[in-house]
Design a binder for this molecule. Structure first.
Ligand code: ATP
Ligand code: MG
Length: 437
C-alpha cells in the first residue's frame, strides 16, 4: 500500500527544524512584549463573508487564493488567508474596541492556494501585530520600530530595506484612481494581461505590476502626490520625521500599494534581495476603514504581518542561526543494572526539580553501556551522567563531558545538582538565560 503524503505546499516541520522556529518565535514574542502587545488567538476557519468584505472582493486573495468550502450544515467557510480580518472580527465580537487602545499580536498558520515555490506555500505562518484606537502617526512609527527591532535582533537588519508610502484618504485615492484609469485606458492594449484584467476592478494594484513594459508605461501616468489630501500628507510627513529621528532608514516608494483592499494612508514593506523573487518578509500599514467595514464604529487601526518561513529562509541563507539554538539537551543519564535504574529514576526527577531549566534525557530501553553511550553522543547532550553498578552501590555518579576532553569526575549523587548549576554559570549566555526562564 502506498503511504499518504502531505498536501502540496503544506509542510511538516520536523524535530530538527523546530528549534529554529522556536528561536524565531521566541525572539519575536520577546520584542512584542517589550512594547506591551498582548497575544490574541483566533480560529483558523472563519465565515467566508469575513474575507470577502474585509480583504476585498477584487484582491488576488479573494479572487483566486482562498480555501473555501461548505460545511455539513451548508455554511460557507474559509481557511484564513491572513489574520487581520479575523482579529478585527474577534475584537468587535468581544467589545475590545470601545474607547480604548489595544495592542495585539497573533501567530499562526495561514492558507492560500498559490503556486508552491521557495518562500511561497499553501500553508504558511505569519506573526502579526495590530493596534486599534490610535489615529496619530506615532503608532505607525511604533509598529515600524517594533518590526525593525525584531529584524535587528535576528541579525537581519543589514539585509532588509524599508519601503514606505502613503495611500492617502479614501477620497483622495478615489480621485487618483479615476485619473489613473483614464490614463491607463489610453494605453490599455500595451498593458500586460494581469494589469488589463485589473484595470477596472483594482487599478491601483497595477502600480506594483511585475511587468517591465507596464512599469515603463506608468512612468507617464499621473502621480498620486498631486492628489494626496493635506491631512494624509501631514500624517506621512510626521511619520517620516519620527523615523528620521529614531534613525530608521527607509525608501519612499510611490508605487507601493500592497495587495489588500483595507489599507489607507501609511503602507510599508520590509524587503530583502537575499531570497530571490519572494522578497517581502513583512508588510503592513494603516487600515482605518476596516473596522466600520466589518460593522464596528469608526476605529483607527494599523498593523503588520511577518512571513515566518521567509524569515527562516533568510536566517538560514545568511547563516544567522546561533549555534546554541540547536543545543536542545544538556545531559543524558546512562544506567547499568537494576539498582542503577531504580536510583537513576529518582535522581533524574530530583535534578529536574532542583536545576531550573535543565534538559535531561533519562535513557530508557536498556542496552549495553556502549550503546547507551552512543545514544548520549547522538542526543547532542553536553554531559553524560553515568550510573554504573559501582556508582550505584556508592551513591555516586560519574560525569563525562561529551563536547571536550575534560577529565571525567565522580561525585556524590547529592552534589550533582549543585555541580550542574555551577556549570550553567560558566556556560554560554543562552544556557544561562535558559536556566533562568
Ligand atoms: P506576496 O507579494 O509575496 O504574495 P503578499 O502581499 O500576498 O505577499 P501579505 O498578504 O502582505 O503578503 O502577507 C504578509 C507576509 O506573509 C508577506 O510579506 C510574506 O512574507 C508572507 N507570505 C504571504 N504569502 C505567503 C505564502 N504563500 N507563503 C509564504 N509566505 C507568505
Ligand atoms: Mg500574495
Amino acid at each position: 500500500m502506498s503511504t499518504l503524503q502531505a498536501i502540496r505546499g503544506m509542510n511538516d516541520i520536523l524535530p530538527e527544524a523546530s528549534p529554529v522556529w522556536q528561536y524565531l518565535e521566541g525572539q519575536i514574542k520577546t520584542v512584542l512584549g517589550q512594547y506591551g502587545y498582548r497575544e490574541i488567538r483566533m480560529p483558523v476557519v472563519e465565515p467566508t463573508a469575513l474575507f470577502k468584505r474585509g480583504v476585498g472582493e477584487h484582491t488576488d486573495i479573494v479572487e483566486k487564493e482562498m480555501y473555501t468550502f461548505d460545511d455539513r450544515g451548508g455554511d460557507s467557510l474559509t481557511l484564513r488567508p491572513e489574520g487581520t480580518a479575523g482579529c478585527v472580527r474577534a475584537a468587535l465580537q468581544h467589545g475590545l474596541l470601545h474607547n480604548q487602545i489595544q495592542r495585539l499580536w497573533y501567530s499562526g498558520a495561514m492558507f492560500r492556494y498559490e503556486r508552491p515555490q521557495k518562500g511561497r506555500y499553501r500553508q504558511f505562518h505569519q506573526i502579526g501585530a495590530e493596534v486599534f484606537g490610535v489615529a496619530t502617526p506615532d503608532i505607525d512609527a511604533e509598529l515600524i520600530l517594533v518590526s525593525a527591532r525584531l529584524l535587528n535582533n535576528l541579525g537581519l537588519g543589514d539585509h532588509v530595506t524599508l519601503n514606505l508610502n502613503t495611500l492617502g484618504s479614501s477620497e483622495a485615492r478615489g480621485r487618483y484612481r479615476k485619473a489613473l484609469v483614464d490614463y491607463l485606458e489610453t494605453v490599455k492594449e500595451q498593458l500586460d494581461e494581469d494589469s488589463q484584467n485589473r484595470l477596472y476592478s483594482n487599478p491601483l494594484r497595477i502600480l506594483d505590476s511585475k511587468s517591465e513594459s507596464t512599469q515603463k508605461l506608468l512612468d507617464s501616468a499621473p502621480k498620486f502626490d498631486a492628489y494626496l489630501d493635506d491631512e494624509s500628507r501631514m500624517h506621512f510627513q510626521s511619520l517620516c520625521t519620527r523615523l528620521d529621528s529614531a534613525g530608521v532608514r527607509y525608501t519612499v516608494n510611490p508605487r507601493l500599494v500592497r495587495g489588500l483592499d483595507y489599507y489607507s494612508q501609511t503602507v510599508f514593506e520590509w524587503i530583502t534581495d537575499s531570497l530571490g523573487a519572494q522578497g517581502t518578509v513583512c508588510g503592513g500599514g494603516r487600515y482605518d476603514g476596516l473596522v466600520p467595514m466589518l460593522g464596528g464604529k469608526p476605529t483607527p487601526a494599523a498593523g503588520f504581518a511577518l512571513g515566518v518561513e521567509r524569515l527562516l529562509l533568510m536566517l538560514e541563507t545568511l547563516n544567522k542561526i546561533p549555534a546554541e539554538v540547536f543545543e536542545t539537551v544538556d545531559a543524558y543519564l546512562i544506567m547499568a543494572g537494576d539498582l542503577a535504574e531504580t536510583q537513576g529514576l529518582a535522581l533524574a526527577e530530583t535534578l529536574r526539580t532542583e536545576v531550573g531549566g535543565l534538559r535531561l534525557i533519562s535513557h530508557c530501553g536498556g542496552g549495553s553501556f556502549k550503546s547507551q553511550m552512543k545514544k548520549a553522543d547522538k542526543s547532542g547532550a553536553r554531559w553524560a551522567l553515568i550510573l554504573g553498578e559501582d556508582e550505584a552501590s556508592g551513591s555516586q555518579v560519574t560525569v563525562k563531558s561529551l563536547r571536550d576532553d575534560a577529565p571525567q569526575q565522580t561525585l556524590a549523587q547529592g552534589e550533582l545538582a549543585n555541580w550542574l548549576m555551577n556549570q550553567y554559570g560558566s556556560q554560554s549566555q543562552h544556557a544561562v538565560t535558559h536556566a533562568q526562564s
